[in-house]
Structures are given as structure tokens and as C-alpha cells.
Write a protein that binds this ligand. Structure first.
Ligand code: PLP
Length: 391
């Protein structure tokens, strides 16, 4: 039996927008290599450059500041390639970064032979500005700092402008992984004060396997991948023309903020409804600014693995912790860094909404999650307190 599925895992990947699908298909009908001088090549080049304009517009920079990559992971690695270029004396990155940032930081530190240090976060998952200031004071002439704009697990937004002011006050460079914020909340490179950012196509309704490394101002970029000199020598390799075309269309659509308000209404409805039935439920980072589409929730005595299976059987796709390393439910380094206790973190589930999410999807999730809580109490005797009416 194949019942109707409800997809609530947009922070892992968003369903392809129909308009992006059309753009991908149309581009695949062409045959051009964007570096060729003939008409076919020029047509492909035009698709790439139109997409570059859309991506640039989404984050408020000039098109020349955008370098297309194979996704967010590669763009994060390209960002850290700039460590040596900037003569960085120290690398600092927040304790809640995506593993692609943590790994890129470690590699860049080893390559440039500079120390790599984690910046602690508070109980909400926000970078501690006091700790950052202390670290910057001991970070030498030119620190290289990376702090994500929005977290993939909790949706928490970082105070980027304050962070940028501190970093620049210490003659440092600030990179932000903007993979999760793009298309979900306002993000403008210049007003946020960041020097470079990472974007990913598939998180905003574009295709998988395409992303961008973006500079606030056009400048030299040290390449990680060399060869044919594509992307002005910043990232060699024949351009993924169809992927880039789809990414561009998704970026244009992502600029529409109406969707954000709708997602927030639905997310808030989900949280109110769960709280009414299960008073012990906790919504992580909910008392500070967070993405409008994300709810990371936990309750004592639940097991994320069991919950995910029950929800999957009920036709719901959500995730526990970071879905990027999915297949296994590992402890969340984000909840760990926030000091969430093991019992609560062990049952944490992330629900993330997007352009296709409906009220019916939210009702379905709430009913299934509450049922899973009731089942956990019946079978293991553990699980959170239920409101009286729910038994
Ligand atoms: N950064 C963040 C915050 C992410 O959530 C992800 C993917 O989940 C990535 C980077 C990696 O992006 P990509 O899948 O395009 O490599």
C-alpha cells in the first residue's frame, strides 16, 4: 500500500520547484558548452549568466561576485581556500556549523599551519559575542572567521552584523554559510556585513549538485580546483549549465517573502498544537530569532530512531538532527553545543516546512507525533507527560 506521503524535511532538501524543473529540462535540450564560441556555446553561456544575475540579486551583490560550484559543501571548501590568500593568522568557526565547514576549517588550518578554534554558543545556539571577542583578541593580525547565518537543525539566526563588526574591528574576514537562510529569511550580504557566503541550489527549490561561493565585493579568489579556467579561473570544470539554470530560477522565486509568512504561521500552529497536547515538549531556540520554517522539538523519554520510523510508517518524512549525514541518527553536535541534556536531545526531531507545505500536512504531523508519544508511554512506560484530555 502506498499512502500519500507528507514531506517535512525542507532543510535536508526542498522539492524541486516546477519552474526550476522546466528550466533544467530546457537547458538539457541544448547542447552547448558555455566556453564554446559558437551559437550553441553562447546560448549555454547566456543561461549561466542569467542565473548568475538572479543568484546575485537574491543576496544583494553584483553578478561578478558569484562563483558557481557543485553545491554548498564545495563552496564552503572554496571559502576556506581563502585562508592562506588572506594571510590569516587564525581560524575561528562556530560550534554549530555544518560538518562541511568544520572539516574545511580543519583542512585549511593544517594547510596554512594556523590554529583552528571553535567559538562556543549559548543555550539557544547563538554565538557568544563575549567569547568571540576574547578569541579575536588572541587571534593575531588577520583572523578568518566562519559563522553560519541560520542553523540547519534549529533554524537559529546568528547576529551576523554584530559578529561582522567584531571581526572587522580585528582586521579579520567573515565567511557565512548562508545555505539555510537563503530563500527563507531576508539575507543581504552588504547589510549583514559578511565578506563571503555559501549558497546551495537544492535548499531553495533548485536542483541538487549546484551551489555558489559569493563575495560581497568582487576580488581575487584563490581556486581550489584548477584546469580549464572556468568561472574566471576561480573554479575550473565545465559548468553544470542545466543545474545552474535551475538554480537561477529557484533563486528568483526564493526572493518572494510571502512564502516566509505562510511558513511561519504553519510552524507556529504546529508548535501551539503540540504544546497543548504534550506540555513537556520543548522547541529548541524558540525564544530567539529563528527561520520561519523550522521547528526542532524534543521531549523527555523519546527515542529519535523509533520516532522517525513510526512517523515514516505514518507517511511522514522528517529528520532527527542533521539529515546531511543521514542514514544514521548520530548525536546532534548542535544540541550538544547548546548544552541540551542527553535524554531530551535523544528524542529530538526536526520538522522543516517549505513551498508545498499545507495545513493538512501540519495536522497530519501533529496527530502522528502525539500518537507516537502515546505509544512510547504504553510500550516502554517512558515518554513525556500528556495533557489530561489526551490521556
Ligand atoms: N551548509 C548547511 C548549513 C547545510 O545544511 C548543508 C546541507 O545540508 C550544506 C552546507 C551542504 O550543502 P550541499 O548539500 O549543497 O553540499
Amino acid at each position: 500500500m502506498t499512502g500519500e506521503r507528507t514531506y517535512l524535511d525542507y532543510n535536508a532538501t526542498a522539492p524541486l520547484r516546477p519552474e526550476a524543473y522546466e528550466a533544467v529540462c530546457a537547458a538539457m535540450d541544448g547542447i552547448g558548452n558555455a566556453s564554446s564560441v559558437h551559437k550553441e556555446g553562447r546560448d549555454a553561456r547566456a543561461l549561466v549568466e542569467t542565473a548568475r544575475q538572479s543568484v546575485a540579486r537574491l543576496v544583494g551583490v553584483e553578478p561578478d561576485c558569484v562563483t558557481f560550484t557543485s553545491g554548498g559543501t564545495e563552496a564552503n571548501h572554496l571559502a576556506f581556500r581563502q585562508v592562506a590568500e588572506h594571510g590569516a593568522t587564525n581560524i575561528l568557526y562556530s560550534a554549530v556549523e555544518h560538518p562541511s565547514v568544520a572539516e574545511a576549517a580543519r583542512l585549511a588550518g593544517a594547510e596554512a599551519n594556523v590554529p583552528v578554534t571553535e567559538i562556543p554558543v549559548d543555550d539557544h545556539g547563538r554565538v557568544s559575542l563575549a567569547a568571540l571577542e576574547d578569541l579575536l583578541a588572541g587571534a593575531g593580525e588577520h583572523p578568518f572567521v566562519s559563522v553560519m547565518a541560520a542553523n540547519n537543525e534549529t533554524g537559529v539566526l546568528q547576529p551576523l552584523k554584530e559578529i561582522a563588526d567584531l571581526v572587522h574591528g580585528h582586521r579579520g574576514v567573515l565567511h557565512t554559510d548562508a545555505v539555510q537562510i537563503a530563500g527563507k529569511a531576508t539575507f543581504d550580504m552588504r547589510s549583514s556585513g559578511v565578506d563571503m557566503a555559501t549558497l546551495s541550489g537544492h535548499k531553495i527549490g533548485g536542483p541538487l549538485g549546484v551551489g555558489a561561493f559569493v563575495l560581497a565585493e568582487d576580488a581575487h579568489v584563490a581556486a581550489r580546483q584548477t584546469g580549464g579556467g572556468q568561472e574566471r579561473g576561480r573554479r575550473s570544470g565545465t559548468e553544470n549549465v542545466s543545474g545552474i539554470a535551475g538554480f537561477g530560477v529557484a533563486a528568483s522565486l526564493a526572493a518572494n517573502r510571502d512564502d516566509a509568512e505562510r511558513m511561519q504561521r504553519l510552524r507556529d500552529r504546529l508548535e501551539t498544537s503540540l504544546k497543548a497536547s504534550v506540555p513537556d515538549v520543548e522547541f529548541f531556540s524558540s525564544s530567539v530569532d529563528r527561520l520561519p520554517n523550522t521547528s526542532c522539538l524534543g521531549a523527555p523519554g523519546l527515542k529519535a530512531e523509533t520516532l522517525l520510523m513510526q512517523l515514516d510508517l505514518a507517511g511522514l518524512a522528517v529528520s532527527a538532527g542533521s539529515a546531511c549525514s543521514s542514514g544514521k541518527v548520530a548525536r546532534s553536535h548542535v544540541l550538544d553545543a547548546m548544552g541540551v541534556d542527553d535524554e531530551l536531545a535523544g528524542g529530538a526531531v526536526r520538522v522543516s516546512l517549505g513551498w508545498k507545505t499545507s495545513e493538512k500536512d501540519i495536522e497530519k504531523f501533529c496527530a502522528a507525533w502525539i500518537k507516537a508519544v502515546q505509544m512510547s508511554k504504553r510500550t516502554s512506560g517512558s515518554g513525556p507527560r500528556l495533557a489530561a484530555a489526551e490521556g
